[in-house]
Design a protein around this ligand. Structure first.
Ligand code: PMP
Length: 304
């Protein structure tokens, strides 16, 4: 990870190395925070942040669900995000807003702790590798189940919940795979450790609903709309592990992962083991949209 010059912290731009927090921050001990991951692209008319307002909206939603006071307006944070890219001289990159309880309480009840808000930005290439984007990745079902609606909130981006994703991700890497596939407590497909999943079988496209334990991903929503507008029918439906073994195509979506083909599930090739036509179409539509080359959904591009 390459440092940039400034991080925005609680209302001020501070040098990267000075953006520190106290070791007794509530969020560090108990994971009482919410965060976002956002990408900016070099679009044809300049640097555009993809669905920036929607991401900041989700941050506010996550914070509300998790009981973290949200003291900024969405508009303010949108402006700060754009300014941060400008002052760091980034023409593309990744933005990481995070809000969490700071110091003032060491009991589980965070009352009395201050709430901090930070936004950082840096350059970030393909999350699952360039080769992954081109040729697809190998995934395996994790022995770790996706956290479920009866014990946490899989559809809020709460920092503490990501220990669940980290366990799945690191176990998958140790076992020689590129990414983990997580089942929910009913044994149905929820999502990847940090990506939503789509499956294609006999020309129909399927993705698990958020009730299955998936985050309501902004890339998921974008690809959903783009494929529908391109003539595909997409169904939110329960997907079993066996469905994936029978699938013609599988791909992941996410801000970091963009649209990444999955070429193997549990050591079985997906289709013929090469990214298929719907996956390629989804990749082209998505990349053509974020860079403005296709002129689709200009309202999703927020120029800095
Ligand atoms: N699922 C999880 C668990 C994630 O962390 C992410 C990344 N935010 C996604 C799905 C994809 O969501 P998005 O497209 O909004 O980045």
């Amino acid at each position: 990870m390459e440092a940039t010059e400034y991080i925005w912290m609680d209302g001020e731009l501070v040098p990267w190395n000075d953006a520190n927090i106290h070791v007794l921050s509530h969020g560090l001990h108990y994971g009482t925070g919410a965060f976002e991951g956002i990408r900016a692209y070099e679009a044809i008319d300049g640097t555009a942040v993809f669905r920036l307002t929607d991401h900041i909206d989700r941050l506010a939603r996550s914070a509300k669900a998790l009981g973290i006071p949200f003291e900024y307006s969405v508009e303010e944070l949108v402006e700060v995000s754009k300014e941060l890219l400008r002052v760091n001289g980034l023409t593309s990159g990744y933005l990481r807003p995070i809000t969490f309880f700071g110091t003032g309480s060491m009991g589980l009840n965070p009352a009395g702790a201050n709430v901090q808000m930070v936004i950082a930005a840096w350059e970030w290439g393909a999350y699952l590798g360039e080769d992954g984007l081109q040729n697809g990745i190998r995934v395996a079902v994790s022995s770790w189940r996706r956290l479920s609606h009866d014990s946490f909130m899989p559809d809020a981006k709460g920092t503490g919940g990501y220990m669940n994703s980290v366990l799945a991700k690191t176990a998958a890497i140790r076992a020689g795979y590129d990414e983990a596939l997580m089942l929910n407590k009913d044994g149905l497909i929820a999502e990847g450790s940090g990506e939503n999943l789509f499956m294609i079988r006999n020309g129909s496209v399927f993705t698990p609903p958020t009730s299955a334990g998936a985050l309501d991903g902004i890339t998921r929503d974008s690809v959903f709309q783009l494929l529908e507008e391109d003539g595909y029918t997409i169904r939110e439906s329960a997907i079993s592990r066996t469905d994936l073994y029978y699938a013609d195509e599988v791909f992941f979506t996410g801000t970091a992962a963009e649209v990444t083909p999955v070429r193997e599930v549990d050591d079985r090739p997906v289709g013929d083991g090469k990214p298929g036509p719907v996956t390629r179409r989804a990749q082209d539509l998505f990349m053509g949209t974020v860079t403005a080359k296709l002129g689709l959904h200009p309202e999703w591009l927020e120029y800095i």
